[in-house]
Unconditional design. Structure first.
Length: 379
């Protein structure tokens, strides 16, 4: 075991404290940031990063940094995908150290505006069954010394524990979604067994009133009320269908759920909808984020049906650089802020904010509306 190579009692104590610290994090996105910051402090590194591997292990699809400000990351541009020295750790699934990054034969150099870094330590983050979750990278100890065997052993042990804790956090998220699904089922039963039956009974009572002598004004009001009850019952049944449909499809991958919701909504659209996907959507997007994506698409596409007068809709769902993004573009009459109550738009914005993302809707100069919804948390 890696921790057996750590002889310093103080560093072993620090390792235990680090494990307890990240164990306390419940939110997956916060946990991942905590992993890289705590690991960097364990080896006193000026810079650190956690690269999360793609499902096939060929590249990094998320890169979380420590030691650089948001402005520095912005100036650097695109985050690493797993080439050069980083790729060596990624593909070999073994630790690697260097006293001078620039002298390594597989070093691909630094992009413009990147801080100067010299010494390097990279270790894979392995779960108990040996599966690679990602890689921890460190540069430049603060004391100016190269990274040591003990540094390597320390972060290897920490990485093993961190991977198990990440798996545990994902299981917790799935359990929360399971509990929510059970609550939806209970709500669907209550709506069907109680609310609809009561509304139906009220409707029958009003129907019996129509058989009595009524003046025209009262008869019209009763008939209108019966029609309103029928419409309400149909809406509740639609809601029950949507709740139970989400339960059936919740275990499916995000791609198939997106296609399913588009098929459901476009039975009313009677216009073509083109869909594109990019990134590890089925393997990395968790139940909470997937649920928000489905609700967002249903809301946006329903608005297209009601208001857009469109002849075409393009939908894209992609995961890139740690951001989950949904785009919906139609060629209709264009968004008009003054013609909407704003409730649906607020819901879309709230869902994005809950996942540390953003929401934007704009009228295109050439006609139509573009909706862009994103999430930085995707567990």
């Amino acid at each position: 075991m890696p921790f057996r190579r750590v002889s310093d009692p103080e560093r072993l104590h620090a390792l235990i404290e680090a494990m307890l610290l990240i164990e306390s994090e419940l939110d997956l996105s916060v946990l991942l940031r905590s992993v890289v910051s705590v690991a960097s402090e364990l080896v006193d590194a000026r810079y650190g990063a956690l690269g999360v591997s793609s499902p096939d292990g060929t590249e990094l699809h998320q890169f979380i940094t420590y030691g650089m400000s948001a402005d520095e990351r912005e100036r650097i541009g695109d985050l690493p995908r797993g080439h050069g020295l980083l790729g060596g750790v990624l593909h070999d699934a073994s630790a690697r150290r260097s006293t001078n990054i620039g002298h390594e034969p597989d070093s691909s150099g630094f992009p413009a505006n990147h801080p100067v870094m010299k010494t390097f330590l990279g270790v894979p983050v392995l779960s108990g069954d040996g599966r690679v979750f990602g890689n921890l990278y460190f540069c430049d100890r603060r004391d100016g010394q190269p990274f040591t065997d003990e540094d390597e052993a320390l972060v290897e042990a920490f990485g093993r524990a961190a991977s198990l804790i990440v798996d545990k956090a994902r299981l917790r998220a799935q359990l929360r979604e399971f509990t929510l699904t059970e609550e939806r089922e209970r709500l669907a039963r209550d709506l069907h067994d109680t609310v609809i039956q009561r509304l139906f009974a009220v409707g029958l009572s009003l129907q019996s009133v129509l058989s009595t002598s009524l003046d025209d004004a009262v008869r019209t009001r009763v008939t209108t009320s019966i029609d309103d009850l029928d419409a309400t019952i149909r809406e509740i049944r639609t809601t029950i269908f949507e709740i139970t449909h989400e339960r059936v499809t919740a275990s499916a991958g995000l791609r198939s759920r997106v296609l399913s919701i588009i098929d459901e909504v476009t039975t009313r659209l009677e216009l073509p909808v083109d869909v594109t996907f990019e990134g590890p959507l089925d393997t990395m997007v968790g139940p909470q984020a997937a649920g928000h994506v489905i609700k967002t698409l249903r809301e946006v596409l329903t608005n297209v049906v009601r208001h857009a007068q469109a002849s075409r809709v393009d939908v894209s769902v992609e995961m890139h650089d740690g951001t989950l993004t949904v785009r919906v573009l139609d060629d209709g009459v264009g968004f008009n802020a003054s013609s909407t109550s704003g409730r649906g738009l607020r819901n879309l914005a709230d869902r994005a904010a809950e996942l540390e993302g953003s929401f934007d809707i704009s009228r295109r100069e050439d006609g139509g509306t573009l909706v862009v919804w994103s999430a930085r948390r995707w567990e």
